[in-house]
Unconditional design. Structure first.
Length: 118
């Protein structure tokens, strides 16, 4: 009987470890641009400072960004869900469809844009 208890305990412990190992990461946090330590693309070279905040409580993923350039302040935010469904937004006559899905421990985003038909 004692051997059975040890075997069952070992199996349950192994399953618990497997379940813990399968947890998906939480990407919540705040990041501040360090201009001296960063190599920016030519299109982003005008950015003087910036802060990105992510609030990630799966399946909800919220992204907020605030940047300062010589020509002014730029802010934007969006919310996606990690179930792979497309979320649409239209701006300047173009509809952009964005989605987010898990591939193992990687959170993968996709995006496509199409002109809005009138």
């Amino acid at each position: 009987m004692l051997i059975r208890i040890w075997i069952v305990s070992g199996i349950l412990l192994g399953l618990a470890c497997f379940a813990i190992a399968q947890q998906k990461p939480d990407f919540s946090g705040e990041w501040t641009l360090n201009r001296q330590a960063s190599t920016l693309s030519p299109g982003a070279a005008a950015v003087q400072s910036g802060v990105v905040r992510i609030e990630h409580r799966d399946p909800t993923f919220r992204y907020k960004a605030s940047f300062v350039t010589a020509s002014g302040h730029l802010q934007y935010e969006y919310e996606l869900h990690s179930d792979g469904r497309d979320i649409g937004a239209t701006q300047n006559g173009v509809t952009t469809l964005s989605n987010l899905r898990w591939e193992g421990e990687a959170l993968v985003g996709g995006e496509s844009s199409v002109p809005t038909v009138k």
